[in-house]
Design a protein around this ligand. Structure first.
Ligand code: HMG
Ligand code: MG
Length: 295
């Protein structure tokens, strides 16, 4: 593999779980910092219910004020038509619908069953595509669920296939609670690629058990060439208690450099972006690579 796309989720997955108030200007500055690193995909916000995820209520303001680079696709989550309409008003380049391979997680996260979520996504995807907006799909709990435990890879495969059949250009496979190990990731990807082409898959690893970089290496070996990550290792899902941040983007870029795989991302600029938001949140940069290089 010569090149990989990094799909930066820091401004969304990274910040959505933060309990304290984060200044909107700081969120905007984070996206602007990231826009200068060479990234081509940035998930800048989420048009979900502010009662469910208060931190993302400012996503419209963020998207209205960032300095957009023409080569970057700025994305946002949209769980339903209300979210899609807000995202279109905010001029997003692409949207993402997000489902799960676990019934319990689907209920806790988006208040409906897996089948109901698919029915909700149908008009969202149709309208977005008609408006010329690309749609990404997420499947959460691809290895295990915080409420149900291990998840059958065939369920992951079935939900992924439905999202692709509905018009998603890509499905991001989320190890929401960061519990998977490489063999489980490989087995899961093998099940999904029976029906979905590996070019249409991305991997989305949280790092709760410290396995994210190993899991990404395994996913690369399976042919996956889009990797979700979050600057400074920020993140977590409010409906997956105990799950830690996403894999740090800095750590992914370092891994790719070592493998001779091009990502187009400048590691030093990324570290500066991570240091900036970590300072604003009053904590140290969680990326091991950022820590090592900065010391
Ligand atoms: P619901 O309560 O069933 O929705 O929530 P509803 O349609 O009955 O509406 C209830 C109220 O919410 C109404 O307002 C609606 O207008 C409002 P009221 O009449 O009570 O004043 N509402 C909205 N407001 C703003 N934007 C919207 C919206 N929709 C309804 N889009 C709903 C269903 C899906 C809305 C809710 O469950 C929700 O917002 N969930 C989002 C949860 C979330 O954001 N989780 C984190 C992201 S997923 C994740 O992190 C995993 C991922 O990273 C991958 C991985 O790691 O696995 C992607
Ligand atoms: Mg996530």
């Amino acid at each position: 593999m010569d090149s990989v796309t990094i799909y930066e989720v820091g401004p969304r997955d990274g910040l959505q779980n933060e309990k304290g108030v984060i200044n909107v200007d700081d969120k905007i500055e984070l996206v602007d910092y990231l826009s200068k690193t060479g990234l081509t995909k940035i998930e800048a916000g989420s048009f979900v219910s502010p009662k469910w995820v208060p931190q993302m209520a400012s996503s419209g303001e963020v998207l209205a004020s960032i300095k957009r680079a023409s080569n970057i696709s700025y994305a946002a989550l949209t769980p339903n038509m209300i979210g899609l309409e807000a995202a279109l008003l905010a001029n997003v380049d692409e949207i993402a619908v997000f489902g799960a391979a676990s019934e319990s997680f689907s209920q806790k996260n988006i208040n409906c069953s897996i089948e109901e979520s698919i029915q909700r996504f149908i008009p969202v995807i149709e309208h977005a595509l008609k408006a010329g907006i690309k749609v990404r799909g997420y499947v959460s709990c691809v290895v295990a669920c915080p409420y149900e435990g291990p998840i059958n890879p065939r369920v992951v495969a079935a939900v992924s296939k439905r999202l692709i059949d509905l018009g998603c250009y890509e499905v991001s496979l989320g190890d929401t609670i960061g519990i998977g190990t490489p063999k489980q990731i490989i087995d899961m990807i093998s099940a999904v690629t029976v029906d979905v082409s590996v070019e249409q898959l991305a991997i989305h690893c949280h790092d709760t058990y410290g396995q994210a970089v190993a899991n990404i290496y395994a996913a690369l070996d399976c042919g996956i060439s889009t990797i979700d990550s979050s600057v400074a290792g920020l993140g977590g899902c409010p409906y997956a208690v105990g799950a830690s941040g996403n894999v740090a983007s800095e750590d992914v870029v370092y891994l790719l450099q070592g493998l001779g795989i091009e990502s187009g991302v400048d590691l030093n600029k990324l570290i500066s972006a991570g240091d900036f938001i970590s300072r604003k949140l009053g904590r140290s940069n969680q990326s091991k690579v950022a820590q090592a290089i900065s010391n």
